[in-house]
Design a protein around this ligand. Structure first.
Ligand code: PRP
Ligand code: MN
Ligand code: MG
Length: 181
């Protein structure tokens, strides 16, 4: 375990098992349809690549990415959303499944889901590995959720603190001394 991690919340094996289940649910719901998986850079990238490979060949899947950041090098949301990199292709008339690592205050996803609906997508749904409802400020409906977690500061499997720890293959709780002055 990384020395800055206090405790492992979900092991690599637990994550893989849950992602497989989510892939089955998505395969069932989108069977015979085309869907654009929209990955929210950068946190979603690890979950995105595993989830995409858990969706079976009855679904016609394409990939696109958006970078929509609400945090700087801080543990708390600033509430300010910036699109740093937009989608490459139009989602008008398409089924969109947004793939996120975590819904925390809901600021990012509330903005992003509204934004994609306003582009005329046929449907916009959300798959989030982690949901932290205790911190919610903006209402967000999560269609596919991996795990509901308490207000722990978690890193790994894509989730960072100041751009670190994204590569850890598990979800860990960061030691308090790493983000307290
Ligand atoms: C994190 C996380 C979500 C968002 C959730 O992204 O990956 O996208 O914050 O927080 P919210 O519900 O309070 O909006 P971040 O802005 O840190 O960028 P990153 O994905 O590049 O780490
Ligand atoms: Mn993010
Ligand atoms: Mg981040």
């Amino acid at each position: 375990m990384h020395q800055d991690v206090k405790e492992i919340l979900y092991t690599q094996e637990q994550l893989a098992a849950r992602v497989t289940e989510l892939g089955r649910d998505i395969s069932r719901d989108y069977k015979g349809e085309s869907v654009v998986l929209v990955g929210v850079l950068k946190g979603a990238i690890v979950f995105f690549t595993d989830l995409a490979r858990a969706i079976d060949d009855t679904v016609n899947v394409s990939f696109d990415f958006i970078s929509c950041s609400s945090y700087g090098n801080s543990t708390t949301s600033t509430g300010v959303i910036r699109i740093l990199k937009d989608l490459d292709r139009s989602v008008e008339g398409k089924h969109v499944l947004v793939v996120e690592d975590i819904v925390d205050t809901g600021t990012t996803l509330h903005y992003l889901l509204d934004n994609l609906r306003a582009r005329g997508a046929k449907s916009v749904c959300l798959a989030a590995l982690l949901n932290k409802p205790d911190r919610r400020k903006m209402d967000v409906h999560v269609d596919y959720v991996g795990f509901v977690i308490p207000d722990y500061f978690v890193v790994g499997y894509g989730l960072d603190f100041a751009e670190r720890y994204r590569h850890l293959p598990y979800i860990g709780i960061l030691k308090e001394e790493m983000y307290q002055d």
